[in-house]
Write a protein that binds this ligand. Structure first.
Ligand code: GLN
Ligand code: ZN
Length: 781
């Protein structure tokens, strides 16, 4: 097709360019994972690893080039994590890794080992902590800083990637985590006083950044991208001042590439005028979902007429095809608001799977509704062409886009009248239990016959290699359903026996049948799709395949009753039924974009409500609904939080409010920081909440007490993220700490989280110690 500029009402300006901020690192078939694990296992030496990963980077660049992307990024690739890469580039490493650094010298193998030691730890030094990257399911490594930190630039990675791409004739735009976000995402190195603020290092950290842009300029870079995603959360004036100072200093450098500051995941808010007034050459912003507010905010400040705007109009973290006509019209609006408008995805494509082409088992019509990373490149290129050459230049593409959207919205799997009707009626269902907690607890205690300080676990028991092998055989057709189920039953029986031997009070079935706590339910619910190859990086070499909510959600039949009743039949003790809550089901899936999240959550909640009632009818007297993702899904902007918490709590109450007083509802959440959601926890009104607490010295108990949390709590007394077996005394001490803030008749004794990643060698003695500690403290009461 020839590209003639035609009748579009495009102002005469520079042509728009297509770009992205990052592309999946994995390669087809998760090559990067395989290479890295082979290197770790010693099956691949450093030279081979480096050569093959270099090939992988070349292939990615060629893919972007051949897709028609005009401005291609570099340095978005990583062997493990881009925040760790930045820390290494800046020499910002904790002291405990310093000896390894000194030894590492310049040999590639030594450098690699030092890098992986920071990510995974080694015999001498613990790794950096890992935490969630904003509201995604990607985890980054948290840099550790100290007041006297001396930064030293090591530009090897960005420079060599830039040069590698140059060999292909590509002048890439290096992507670097910006100085302000780097500092805000960091924490204090252990031992550093609590009043030290990483942001106080801004003056120092600018030096290596300045040197970096000079070096990139010398190497031929025309643009460099500094990511400042922290600017989409509410930030105090001090942070906004830091942004102004940092970018004024960086832009004052005479010999530098042009600077693009990239933001994503939400709107810029107060940071927009700061960036607009700064001398940076371009701003990249998210133009999807709530971040569409950026458009009005831009208009309100009179646009950025002297700057380049990179408009993230293609959703970079969801999997639906873009409504191309709508996006093109948005881009048309933006043309009037900036000196130049370029087209991109809203964030790095790291957060979506590689390509829908690999989903061969998928109904082609449904596949046509989905856009993974590769398909998003196509969309970006089409939109850029439309912007440059007018709508008619892309008329065919717009037609296909509209037709796909229309079939999707009209499809009977997307819109199910019965589900809609039921969800509408659910608006009238009561959301409160029959009696208040104070009354429920009396009947529950009586009928469960529990001692003071009852002991329990969070749900999963070790997933043994034999279980994983059995699942693989089942998939491969080497094991039939009956054979598989017999294995699961045997496992449940063994897990029950373990718990009886340990002397626990409320038992679990151990979750051996679950590949994953979300996928297991997604596979059994209408409205969810699962993929074969839809891998997304979670951290390092760990990838997950998030299910996709494609249509209205309904339960086909009981999902957990068979295993729960089997377990309950093997013991006299109460067994706790185990479900994944609606917020977590959505947080760890790709959610449809044609219905508000709150609505989807309500549909999932109704399906789970039925499951809860079935479990109750089957005789289960304790039921746990896990919501580990409730905290992490909290919107980045304060203004959006109340609404989120309101539907999240409502969904939980919809799941749980139908049961009798006698039935005890538990919930579980991981992570120790709950400051922002304490009231929501109270509003959920679970009879018992278990939380992670061991690593933070039971601080959560104090937080809950101060907030007036009224119901039972189970602060974790054993840190299951570490292979260490806690001693009886340590656990006794933790229980004593908790008892300072929580009366004994409201306290439960349990680990921090599920045991699926631990082995029996640790689980057995640790549970024995936990029960012994609970008994010892009980005897004191
Ligand atoms: N019940 C789940 C388990 O024990 C909870 C997991 C979680 O909190 N992430 O594995
Ligand atoms: Zn947990």
């Amino acid at each position: 097709m020839t590209t003639t500029r035609s009748s579009s009402n495009r102002p005469q300006g520079p042509r728009s360019r297509s770009t992205v901020y990052g592309y999946p690192r994995q390669g087809p078939g998760r090559q990067l994972k395989k290479l890295t694990e082979a290197y770790w296992a010693g099956r691949l030496d450093a030279d081979a690893f480096l050569a093959q990963t270099r090939e992988l980077r070349r292939a990615r660049w060629i893919e972007l080039r051949d897709a028609g992307i005009d401005e291609i990024p570099s340095n978005d690739f990583s062997y493990y994590d881009h925040v760790l890469d930045t820390a290494v580039m800046l020499g910002a490493l904790p002291r405990r890794h310093a000896p390894a650094l000194a030894d590492a010298g310049q040999s590639p193998a030594a450098r690699l080992d030092r890098y992986f030691a920071l990510a995974r730890g080694n015999d001498d030094a613990a790794p950096l902590e890992m935490t969630k990257w904003f509201t995604t399911n990607y985890h980054y490594l948290v840099p550790e800083l100290r007041p006297d930190m001396e930064f030293r630039l090591d530009p090897t990675k960005p420079l060599s990637e830039f040069r590698e791409a140059r060999e292909l004739g590509l002048t890439t735009r290096p992507v670097i985590l910006g100085p302000v976000s780097f500092l805000l995402l960091s924490k204090r190195e252990p031992g550093v006083p609590g009043d030290f603020q990483p942001l106080s290092l801004l003056g120092k950290i600018i030096c290596p950044y300045l040197e970096l842009i000079r070096r990139l300029f010398d190497a031929g870079a025309e643009w460099v991208q500094f990511d400042e995603p922290c600017l989409v959360a509410d930030q105090p004036a001090q942070v906004l001042d830091a942004v102004a100072t940092a970018y004024a200093t960086l832009c004052a450098e005479e010999f530098r590439p042009r600077l693009l500051v990239a933001t994503y995941f939400d709107r810029l808010g107060d940071a927009l005028p700061v960036l607009a007034d700064s001398p940076v050459d371009g701003i990249a912003m998210d133009i999807t979902g709530p971040a569409r507010a950026n458009i009005d905010d831009l208009a309100a400040i009179g646009g950025i007429p002297t700057k380049r705007l990179v408009a993230g109009v293609v959703d970079g973290r969801n999997v639906w095809r873009t409504d191309l006509a709508a996006a093109l019209s948005t881009l048309g609006t933006l043309l009037g608001l900036a000196g130049q408008v370029d087209v991109s995805a809203s964030c790095s494509l790291l957060h979506v799977p590689l390509s829908i082409e690999f989903e061969r088992q998928l109904d082609p019509q449904i596949a046509g509704w989905l856009a993974f990373a590769r398909q998003k490149l196509e969309e970006i290129v089409i939109l850029t062409r439309g912007l440059n050459d007018g709508w008619e230049a892309v008329a065919g593409d717009l037609q296909v886009s509209a037709a796909r959207r229309a079939t999707r919205l009209a499809s009977p799997i997307v819109q199910v009248d019965a589900v809609r009707r039921r969800a509408a009626e659910a608006a009238g269902l009561p959301r409160t239990r029959r009696s208040p907690y104070a009354e429920r607890r009396i009947v529950q205690r009586r009928q469960l016959g529990l001692p003071a300080l009852p002991t329990t676990t969070i749900g999963s028991f070790p997933q043994t290699p034999a279980l994983r092998a059995a699942r693989a055989k089942l998939r491969a057709g080497e094991l039939d359903a009956a054979g598989y189920e017999a294995l699961i039953e045997a496992e449940i029986a063994a897990v029950i026996a373990e718990q009886e031997a340990a002397g626990l009070d409320v038992l679990v079935h151990g979750e051996p049948e679950r590949n994953d706590m979300v996928q297991y339910f997604a596979e059994q619910l209408d409205g969810f799709l699962t993929t074969a190859e839809g891998w997304v990086q979670s951290y390092g070499t760990r990838y997950v395949r998030p299910p996709i909510v494609v249509g209205d959600v309904a339960r086909r039949g009981p999902m957990t009753v068979r295993w729960a009743t089997y377990a309950a039949g093997r013991t006299q003790k109460p067994v706790k039924g185990m479900l994944t809550g609606p917020v977590t089901m959505l947080a760890w899936s790709f959610v449809r974009d044609d219905l508000p999240r709150a609505e989807v959550a309500r549909q999932v909640a109704l399906a789970l409500r039925d499951e809860v009632l079935d479990l109750e009818a089957a005789g289960l007297r304790v039921i746990q609904i896990d919501e580990p993702a409730l905290r992490e899904s909290l919107p980045l902007r304060n203004a959006d939080r109340a609404e989120y918490l309101s539907w999240a709590v409502d969904a939980f109450r919809l799941v749980t409010s139908g049961v009798r007083d006698e039935t005890q509802i538990h919930t579980h959440m991981c992570y120790a920081e709950f400051g922002d959601i304490l009231q929501a926890l109270i509003d959920m009104d679970a009879d018992v909440i278990s939380l992670e607490a061991a690593r933070s010295d039971m601080a959560i108990v104090t937080d809950l007490a101060r907030a007036g949390y009224p119901n039972d709590i189970g602060p974790g007394v054993w840190d299951v993220h570490s292979p260490r077996i806690p001693t009886v005394q340590e656990i006794v001490d933790r229980i004593h700490l908790a008892l300072k803030e929580c009366p004994a008749d409201r306290l439960w004794i349990n680990p921090d989280c599920g045991l699926k990643t631990r082995g029996y060698a640790e689980v057995r003695p640790a549970l024995a110690n936990m029960v012994a500690a609970a008994r010892a403290v009980r005897a004191e009461l």
